[in-house]
Design a protein around this ligand. Structure first.
Ligand code: PRT
Ligand code: ZN
Length: 224
């Protein structure tokens, strides 16, 4: 299923989609986002944009279905660990870190609880959408815990009596505060990144990628 056109997977709708589209446009890629299309063809370059859920992007790259992708490092690392544990391909090339999508993946506890370090989490139940990253951190700290896997409403789990603590993405901290929680430990600092599949794409596609990267460098530097 190799095509001559460069395939780039980006988030269809969400926190990364606008900035991602803006970045591509500033790099000179012309396209028209209309309707509910899965694939959007660039009008001036041999590039197709694939509009998907962010959760699908790491796998599309690791399986070599698309050539490039833009994804949060949190999602990329979680999916990578999950696939590696299942002996599925989990390789990719990180081309560059981008200047948006910044957040941290943090463990949060009741705002009135004391916290002296990871040992205070020993034996606790932790609600999260990122079980692999939590396990990696807790293993590094030598602390055992029980997972509580939730794909949404993670921040209400302690109040609902489902968990003792949570591990979730934080940017301003307002969500934690609104739920009576406080940040105890940062386990990952994340930004959006541009990644490439590891397969050899041929000279033409690679030259196009290199050109895009040079433009991206200029666009990002100009904003700094
Ligand atoms: O539909 P799809 O699956 O594509 O989207 P999604 O809902 O899974 O993801 P989306 O759009 O919410 O987030 C995409 C990516 O944006 C994440 O994977 C992160 O890399 C990045 N990002 C940056 C964030 C945040 N900041 C963020 N604050 N993703 C989520 N949040 C949420 C967080 O989960 C919590 O609910 O915002 C809340 C906390 O924000 P504060 O400001 O109150 O601290
Ligand atoms: Zn998602």
């Amino acid at each position: 299923m190799q095509t001559q056109r460069l395939r780039i997977a980006i988030q269809k709708k969400g926190r990364l989609s606008k900035e991602c589209q803006d970045l591509l446009k500033r790099c000179g890629v012309k396209f028209n986002m209309m309707g509910e299309r899965l694939v959007v063809h660039s009008e001036n370059m041999p590039i197709d944009l694939l509009l998907v859920r962010d959760d699908d992007i790491p796998g599309l790259i690791m399986d070599g279905v698309v050539d490039l992708g833009v994804i949060g490092e949190n999602e990329l690392e979680e999916v990578g660990l999950e696939r590696a544990a299942r002996n599925e391909p989990s390789d990719y090339k990180k081309l560059r870190r981008l200047d948006f999508g910044g957040c941290r993946l943090s463990i949060a506890i009741d705002k009135d609880a004391t916290y002296n370090g990871p040992q205070d989490l020993q034996g606790k139940r932790i609600a999260t959408t990122y079980p692999q990253l939590v396990k990696r951190y807790m293993d590094e700290q030598g602390v055992t815990f029980s997972p509580c896997m939730l794909n949404g409403s993670v921040e209400v789990a302690p109040r609902a009596g489902l968990a003792d603590a949570i591990c979730d993405l934080v940017s301003t901290g307002a969500t934690l505060e609104a739920n009576g929680l406080k940040e105890a430990a940062v386990i990952l600092r994340s930004k959006a990144v541009l990644i490439q599949c590891t397969a050899d794409l041929g000279a033409e596609k690679q030259a196009l990628i290199d050109r895009l990267l040079t433009r991206m460098q200029g666009v990002i530097q100009a904003k700094e």
